[in-house]
Design a protein around this ligand. Structure first.
Ligand code: CDP
Ligand code: MG
Length: 675
């Protein structure tokens, strides 16, 4: 084969854009001076200017890790932490997990040599339980702070406290929008007050990186659409046929829409003549495997247009070069918590103006670009200015539990960046109280409350697991497997050739009448019995990588429990052996009730469910055993809202008496007052 036949294939591997060419390079000295001089540095700059990848390197080179200290960089999302760590390790020419590593829940890729550590903001909060002053770090960079994620907001509050105690710590806050003043104001001492001898003026500073950006032309739809996925496909095809070639980034709200869009697109492409410029479609969402992420960052082959169809991850967390066209559906999926109903749902809501602007900006990085907004211009004018902070619309139970464990007992008067509504705090305290984590004094109970705080699981699941070893339930081994499987969030099964039917059939093989949790347990057991076989997973439509992850998560959870001194009762918990006359499957469901009593629902004659207070209708997710089967009462461990319908996933059949037994007070209030 002569090489010259392949003239289109580049012979030299594509080199990185040298870091020296990034806009941040010119500010290196100024940045280092500010970080050295001021406890707090706020960095503002366009996505792609080099904040995340370069600032930790500058600090590393300047000797901030000299005495064995580390630099931590927090990200609101797991995918950002892992991909950026990989990138920085590559730039430094070291294997990932050595000098540069990452740590996210249940996955620690660091070593004793690690100097720069990318973490999720939630993980750093957890580290504070063990090391409240974060003494192992010389610099903590809170990245993407403008996203106002729940954990990053809380982290900023706690860092403000830590800075009062450690004058050697430096905090860097990076933000893509102009919320910089607000962050600076939050950290700096009040007028006339001094911290470590520093006044408002010499406590912190804002540094702005002027990025070179090209103009982005914005186009709107004339009429609103009720199917933005279809309009997105139209827009992709019209760019493909009538605009000059350039990569396309599409913003949709979730994985389902992304898959739909890719399906529709491949139907449309099939009609295209073969010698046309090709389209390469790639999905981008949070659950994507590390290998699949890699394609996103690679340059497209010759004569190929890369079409990345993404959730709002690509808005700021993940930088993709060479995007010329952006298609924005104008919506985002946000987690919202209804404190009255006690239900956390994922809602699809219009984006804020700040988000829409940020999304459009993704187009003008390499040359002038275009952004197609799939809504009319009048709609843009009515959008909210900025995204609502997550702390004001979340279930605060997990965070309140953490704060209490850090010794912050007055969670109402805590120094929040934006205080949450008191209804959310009250609800969180109520729930923690009913779960037995909170003593009447307002402190955590010992050991239950403190152990719940330490376990990296949400409070209801933490309590379930901690109860599993008690003699009445005696199902610790089983519950460990179930908890591990639940952390996969519905991603155990995968259809290897795209068929939903095949997927349902695979699920049915493991399904049991008692519900989804026992089904998950069966899946886990069978996987381990198969010798963790890849072929076996393929045969049963299971995602091997995720199953291996479940095994690792289980091991880590078991480690926590053995550290607490919680062990399975010596009784063998095989189904034959009844504890107090109760078979294993029932003990497991009773144990689930002990943690998830607040997530109970009753089936109606039409197969839908209603919450205990009768206020909300819930539907079993199609993946659930109870999509087809009947039950009277159930508890569920996952709830989400899609297109106006509230779905519950992972359900188990329970008895009404178990609910009352598990939380008499909770249900008394319900009976008397709220029902
Ligand atoms: O944080 P910021 O948005 O300011 O920029 P960055 O993430 O540090 O990205 C700087 C440069 O590195 C950009 O040109 C990115 O395209 C590139 N990069 C990459 O190629 N792969 C990554 N995983 C992360 C960044
Ligand atoms: Mg960044």
């Amino acid at each position: 084969m002569a090489d010259d036949e392949d003239t289109d294939v580049p012979l030299i591997p594509e080199l990185y854009k040298p870091a020296a060419l990034l806009p941040i390079a010119q500010l290196r000295d100024q940045l280092l001076y500010t970080i050295e001089t001021f406890p707090v540095t706020i960095v503002v700059g366009e996505t792609g200017s080099g904040k995340t990848t370069q600032i930790p390197r500058f600090c590393l080179d300047a000797g901030w890790c000299a005495d064995g200290k580390q630099i931590a960089v927090t990200q609101p999302r797991r995918i950002a932490a892992t991909s950026v760590a990989a990138r920085v390790a590559e730039e430094l020419g070291t294997p990932l997990g050595q000098r540069v590593g990452y740590s996210i829940r249940f996955e620690d890729v660091t070593s004793a040599n690690t100097q720069v550590k990318f973490v999720t903001d939630g993980l750093l909060l957890r580290e504070m339980l063990v090391d409240p002053l974060l003494n192992r770090y010389s610099i903590i960079m809170v990245d993407e702070a403008h996203e106002r994620s729940l954990s990053s907001d809380i982290l900023l509050s706690l860092l403000k406290k830590v800075l009062r105690k450690r004058d050697d710590l430096r905090v860097v806050v990076s933000s893509a929008t102009l919320e910089a003043e607000r962050f600076l104001d939050f950290f700096t001492p009040d007028e006339g007050e001094k911290v470590h001898g520093k006044s408002k003026e010499d406590y912190g500073k804002i540094i702005s990186i002027e990025g070179r950006t090209h103009p982005v032309e914005i186009q709107y739809l004339l009429e609103p659409t009720n199917n933005y996925v279809e309009r997105a496909v139209d827009a992709i095809m019209s760019i493909h046929t009538s605009e000059s070639p350039g990569d396309i980034l599409v913003f949709l709200t979730g994985r389902e829409e992304i898959d739909d869009c890719i399906d529709m697109l491949s139907d449309r492409i099939a009609d295209q003549s073969p010698n046309h410029q090709k389209l390469l479609t790639l999905p981008l969402y949070a659950g994507l495997s590390t290998e699949d992420q890699m394609f996103i960052f690679q340059k497209a082959p010759p004569h190929t247009t890369k079409v990345i169809i993404s959730t709002n991850i690509a808005e700021a967390s993940v930088t993709i070069d060479h995007i010329v066209y952006v298609i924005d559906c104008g919506y985002v999926k946000l987690r919202t918590y209804d404190a009255n109903l006690g239900i956390e749902t994922l809602n699809i809501i219009p984006v804020s103006k700040a988000s829409a602007t940020q999304r459009a900006g993704r187009a003008g990085r390499t040359r002038p670009g275009k952004c197609f907004r799939l809504y009319p211009k009048t709609v843009f004018a009515q959008l909210e200015e900025a995204t609502f902070p997550e702390i004001q619309r979340s279930n605060l139970a997990p965070v309140v539990l953490q704060l209490l464990n850090l010794g912050i007992t007055n969670v109402v008067r805590f120094d929040y960046l934006s205080p949450p509504p008191s209804s959310l705090i009250t609800r969180a305290l109520d729930l923690l109280h009913s779960l037995g984590a909170l003593a009447p004094t307002g402190h955590l109970t010992k050991p239950l409350g403190t152990r719940m705080a330490e376990l990296p699981l949400e409070p209801m699941l933490a309590r379930t697991l901690l109860c599993a070893a008690t003699p009445a339930f005696s199902c610790l081994d089983e519950m460990l497997s179930i908890a591990a499987m639940l952390t996969l969030q519905g991603n155990a099964f995968v259809s290897h050739d795209g068929g939903k039917k095949q997927l349902d059939a695979a699920r049915r093989k493991f399904a049991v009448a008692e519900g989804d949790h026992l089904t998950l347990y069966n899946v886990y057991e069978a996987f381990v019995k198969s010798g963790m076989s890849v072929a076996w997973c393929r045969e049963h439509s299971l995602n091997h990588k995720n199953m291996v992850k479940a095994v690792s998560v289980r091991k880590q959870l078991a480690h926590y429990l053995s550290r607490f001194g919680v062990a399975a009762s010596p009784l063998s918990s095989s189904d034959v052996l009844r504890v107090g006359g109760t078979p294993l499957a029932e003990r497991i469901r009773r144990c689930l009730t002990a943690g998830f009593f607040a997530h109970a629902a009753r089936m109606k004659s039409d197969g839908s469910f209603t919450t205990v207070d009768g206020k909300t209708t819930l539907w079993a997710h199609p993946s659930s055993v109870f999509f087809h089967r009947k039950a009277e009462w159930v508890v569920y461990t996952e709830i989400m809202e899609t297109r106006g319908k509230v779905y519950v996933r992972d359900l188990s059949a329970v008895e009404m008496e178990w609910l009352v037994e598990a939380a008499p007070e909770y249900y008394r209030v319900r009976d008397g007052g709220r029902r």
